[in-house]
Design a protein around this ligand. Structure first.
Ligand code: SF4
Ligand code: ZN
Length: 298
């Protein structure tokens, strides 16, 4: 197969774009997809202070490298969850990577914050991934707001977005369907959240990492077994292999037609959010969920 741009030997085939690319032209394709996502959805500009959540996985590292290459003012934020073996390995990958690309890095340690994930798992009778996700979102938001970042980016890709949309659609969850999208504006105690990789698939970010020599964290979290989002991703991948482009069409048409229709549906107002009396994080109770977990662990 020849590269669709320069006619050299293609090394990556993208059936959903009816294209194949050599490494250099694939880099241009990737850059263009990220640029389009940022500009079309007015995510941020070169004047913004951008915080990128770095788990150590391929998506977050690819996003960080691409934003550095494009000249944005970016800082990485890694949350060290304190999970034996896997957290130290993930943190080491992030630290090595940031040194290599010359990027600023902030690390927040759950051990020091009184919230190590193994202890949360042992003491709190709730699914650990939902607790862990809540704690990570809390610190992403806290660091962004406390330290004056104007945009908070995560490495969610098209497969993540489609998996979430599929789950929300299966439940016909109008409140989520009315505002799922690649950008959530700042307001009400929350930082602006952006997903600049939403036009790129997991395969495309993996190819980017490969061509750019990004050594990412691959060992699965020991608590991740049987996560339902993996099943949904597999189902969507089966559909994509039979009908290339269906994932992209599902998501893009949702943004164009589905989301505005759901946003127009009259919904009951959720409970009002007020700042947590202890830490200031928006909550519908007096004390937020993360402060309550911290109390329970003491
Ligand atoms: Fe946290 Fe592990 Fe669950 Fe991911 S898989 S949310 S790191 S507990
Ligand atoms: Zn709180």
């Amino acid at each position: 197969m020849k590269c669709s741009r320069c006619k050299a030997l293609a090394q990556v085939s993208l059936p959903s774009h009816h294209s194949g690319f050599c490494p250099d032209c694939f880099q241009m394709f990737f850059t263009r997809q990220v640029e389009r996502a940022i500009h079309k959805h007015k995510m941020f500009s070169k004047e913004d202070k951008v915080l990128v959540a770095l788990s150590g996985g391929k998506d977050s590292l690819a996003l960080f490298m691409e934003l550095v290459k494009q000249g944005y003012d970016v800082t990485g934020l890694h949350i060290d969850l304190g999970i034996p073996v896997s957290s130290a390995a993930a943190r080491a990958k992030v630290e090595e990577f940031c040194e290599r690309v010359g990027g600023e890095l902030r690390v927040v340690e759950m051990e020091k914050e009184g919230l190590p994930i193994p202890l949360v798992r042992e003491r709190i009778r709730r699914p650990i991934c939902s607790m862990c996700g809540k704690i990570k979102r809390y610190f992403f938001n806290k660091v962004a707001l406390d330290e004056g970042y104007t945009a908070l980016c995560t490495g969610h890709n098209l497969d993540d977005e489609v998996g979430r949309l599929f789950a929300n659609t299966l439940r016909w969850d109008v409140s989520y369907l009315s505002d799922q999208g690649p950008v959530l504006p700042a307001g009400g105690g929350f930082a602006s959240k952006c997903r600049p990789l939403f036009r790129l698939t997991e395969f495309e970010t993996a190819a980017y990492c490969f061509f750019n020599g990004i050594d990412h964290h691959v060992a699965p979290c020991p608590y991740s077994k049987g996560a339902s989002f993996t099943v949904r991703k597999e189902l969507m991948n089966m559909l994509e292999s039979k009908s290339p482009g269906s994932k992209r069409a599902f998501y893009e048409n949702f943004l164009k037609q589905g989301r505005p229709a759901f946003a127009a549906v009259e919904q009951e107002e959720g409970p009002a959010l007020e700042p947590c009396l202890r830490c200031g994080y928006p909550t519908s109770a007096e004390i937020c969920g993360v402060c309550r977990v911290r109390d329970m662990l003491e």
